[in-house]
Design a protein around this ligand. Structure first.
Ligand SMILES: Cc1cc2nc3c(=O)[nH]c(=O)nc-3n(C[C@H](O)[C@H](O)[C@H](O)COP(=O)(O)O)c2cc1C
Length: 326
């Protein structure tokens, strides 16, 4: 039977999978597999690639797959396809994160517009300019998160800002000790992981590090990596969901990518300080004194970048793409 006009041809399937694979993922582990066919795309989780060092590995896999899922939606919208998205569609298959079915022509124009920024988005662990992110842009980013069922909680009240910063610092100290023991694994354990060019400079731990930059390789003397003072008071925000569990993690991942693409379009870069979320007790504390109670999924540092890091490497497509006939 001939396929309808809106069926995806092979180059279109390849392009959608390539875009999806450029999504952010925990420690660049890329814990996903894509099945593509004329009728759409499935996003599967590949937990074998989850970093083993943290207690949040399962959550981080779903967050990463959620970011890839939003990218699939944006890429299909750019191809002018309307889609139906089913998150966790098979109760017996928790690794099938989502099924995206092409239903006709006419892509969502907002998602299509965001596709433009997919190739430009980077996690940026370099210092940012000291200027604040404009309130209007932050409102747009909040709207992007809400569109996907999550909340971007700005840490705009100083006591709350300092409270979360203290939790980040506490987690960083514990992590620095752990990474000192298995640092090489962290960098090379899940190839291609995070290469030195993407680590950013070593933050000066002298009060000028802004406190919220995560050094993924403390104490490893890596050639080509300098030190730097960071902006003193970065914009910090917590991406939260009302519930906690795989469906919420996928929603948060979609919200993350949606708001990061929106931010990229406004010249804003982000890095993440998820270290307190990787410890069950500290994660509780990140949410516990907030005026409203959400489940924290990501801690974001945002600002105007001074440096543009290279695109972090991705696994070869044949490892992550499976073509199916339907
Ligand atoms: C769930 C999740 C957690 C992450 N946690 C951190 C983090 O705590 N610190 C950090 O610097 N980057 C973090 N990242 C960013 C990844 O390291 C980054 O996406 C990956 O290295 C690929 O680089 P890219 O975003 O520039 O494409 C996280 C990403 C995801 C999706």
């Amino acid at each position: 039977m001939p396929y309808p006009d809106h069926a995806l041809d092979v180059p279109e399937q390849t392009a959608v999978a390539a875009a999806a694979a450029s999504a952010p993922s925990v420690l660049n582990s890329q814990p996903w597999l894509f099945s593509t066919g004329p009728q759409g795309v499935e996003v599967h989780a590949d937990p074998r690639r989850a970093p083993t060092a943290t207690a949040s590995a399962r959550r981080d896999v779903y967050l990463s797959c959620g970011a890839a899922l939003f990218t699939v939606r944006a890429a299909l919208a750019r191809l002018d396809r309307a889609v139906r998205v089913s998150v966790l569609p098979e109760a017996g298959d928790p690794l099938l994160v989502a099924r995206v079915t092409v239903t006709g022509d006419g892509g969502d124009p907002e998602a299509a517009a965001l596709y433009r920024w997919v190739g430009d988005r980077r996690t940026n662990r370099h210092p940012f300019r000291p200027e604040p992110v404009p309130a209007g842009v932050l409102a747009l980013l909040g709207g992007a998160a809400e569109h996907e069922g999550a909340t971007l909680r700005r840490l705009d009240a100083e006591p709350e800002y300092q409270r979360v910063l203290t939790l980040i610092r506490r987690a960083s100290l514990a992590e620095d000790d752990a990474v000192r023991e298995d640092g090489a694994d962290r960098l090379t354990g899940v190839p291609p992981a995070v290469p030195v060019e993407n680590l950013g400079p070593v933050p000066r731990r002298d009060g000028t590090d802004g406190g919220a930059v995560r050094d993924l390789a403390p104490d490893l003397a890596l050639p080509g990596r300098g030190t730097a003072a960071f902006e003193p008071h970065p914009e910090l925000a917590v991406l939260e969901t009302a519930e906690d569990g795989p469906a919420s993690w996928v929603a948060a991942g979609q919200a993350l990518q949606r708001l990061l693409l929106e931010a990229t379009g406004h010249g804003i870069a982000a890095s993440f300080a998820n270290q307190p979320l990787e410890d069950a007790e500290l994660r509780e504390e990140v949410s516990s004194s907030a005026a409203h109670f959400g489940h924290p999924q990501m801690v974001l540092r945002m600002g105007y970048p001074l440096t543009r890091p290279p695109a972090a490497p991705r696994r070869p497509q044949h490892e992550v793409l499976r073509r199916v006939g339907r």
